[in-house]
Design a protein around this ligand. Structure first.
Ligand code: NAD
Length: 348
């Protein structure tokens, strides 16, 4: 008779269903605010993290990436894809799951869905950066690209930065209609626009979040006035960008982890001498953020492993005392650690 797995074999698994219950239980805006603070707290101890550009497996249709990091006590990785042509086939552009583990034993601590969690953490990261770099008293944001990430982005900018109006634009009007419907009860003033130019009218924060495996030009230089913060999150892969390079020439550019962004971000269009500031240096006081009201600040976001680490640790800490998880016996744990074969044999 197979024996029941030992307590060491089990870890919490957060399914998509449980992640949704979790978000509704605590409230999405509260989670976005707390997640923003958790991500920022880890950016403030940047030196503690092991950092490498993510490992990417490219194919004609998209990319599959592994994103590992560790602070010496915990280790995490995320598996995530990016397939812009997926939505036309009924699949999502981005889907993910991830794992948190102990460094001392190497044993996993938690396995979770991360498709929803990526949308939350990407929005929280955008809001974290915007609250330090956007012009003071920003109330209006443009949201260009109204796909899976869009509503999360708008809600984080509302909850963390105090945005009151979101101006939506997508080349596909049905995506804009979907986002406007979903944000109907959010407390935001929602304006549906018919061009990117119209969407950025009066906006102090411009978010681009489109998906196309191409050097796209969502914004051209003549469209962008002074005194705005651009939150460019859709260009996140070699050969996949959103901004005309002339905008980069005028902007002061902030990145997550420079070696990864040079490969994947908007700045892949610029030569290696193009100056960028890693955002953690603004938090530590080593570098200046926005220095005057007329500047164009650009957050060239690609998504970095520490943000997922922070999100995983945040979820793990909030799981205690809840039932938003199942226990799964992910680890073979023989009574005698060296008798793995005996454990298998006794299960026959
Ligand atoms: N930086 C990060 O941390 C991060 C995290 C998650 C996703 N992303 C990236 O963000 C992008 C969007 O992700 P998603 O999950 O919302 O994708 P999605 O496919 O659900 O939505 C993308 C939307 O962009 C629209 N679009 C495409 N070209 C456009 C154009 N020229 N003008 C206006 N709209 C256009 C599409 O119609 C679609 O509605 C992807 O490229 C993804 O890789 C980045």
């Amino acid at each position: 008779m197979p024996t029941a797995p030992s307590p060491l074999a089990y870890i919490p698994f957060v399914s998509v269903e449980n992640m949704m219950r979790f978000v509704h239980h605590f409230g999405i805006e509260k989670i976005l605010v707390e997640l923003t603070d958790a991500i920022e707290a880890d950016y403030r101890r940047w030196d503690r993290f092991e950092k490498i550009p993510r490992l990417a497996s490219h194919s004609r249709d998209g990319v599959i990436e592994l994103m590992p990091t560790s602070d010496g006590e915990a280790f995490s990785f995320k598996y995530v894809n990016g397939h812009p042509s997926n939505t036309a086939k009924g699949f999502q552009t981005v889907a993910a799951f991830g794992l948190l583990a102990r460094v001392d034993t190497g044993y996993p601590l938690m396995l979770t869905e991360m498709t929803l969690l990526t949308a939350l953490r990407t929005a929280a990261t955008s809001a974290m950066v915007a609250r330090h770099l956007a012009p003071g008293n920003a109330k209006v944001m443009a949201m260009i690209g109204n796909g899976a990430q869009a509503e999360f982005q708008a809600l984080a900018m509302k909850a963390v930065v105090g945005i009151e109006e979101v101006r939506l634009y997508d080349i596909d009007a049905s995506a804009t209609a979907k986002a406007a419907r979903n944000l109907g009860d959010s407390g935001l003033r929602v304006v549906s626009c018919t061009s990117a130019q119209d969407a950025i009218e009066g906006a102090q924060i411009i978010t681009t979040c489109t998906a196309d495996k191409a050097y796209a030009t969502i914004l051209t230089d003549n469209m962008v006035g002074s005194g705005v913060h651009i939150n460019a999150i859709g260009g996140d892969c070699p050969g996949k960008t959103e901004l005309h390079k002339d905008i980069l020439s005028r902007a002061v550019t902030f990145v997550e982890f420079e070696p990864q962004t040079r490969i994947e971000g908007e700045i892949q269009q610029m030569d290696a001498s193009y100056p960028v500031t890693e955002f953690w240096r603004v938090l530590s006081g080593d570098a200046e953020g926005r220095s005057d009201a007329r500047q164009i600040t650009l957050f060239d976001s690609v998504g970095f492993a520490t943000e997922d680490f922070s999100a995983l640790r945040y979820i793990y800490s909030k799981l205690q005392g809840t039932d938003f998880f199942q226990q799964i016996d992910i680890l073979a744990d023989p009574d005698d650690p060296r008798d793995l074969f005996g454990m298998l044999q006794r299960a026959a």
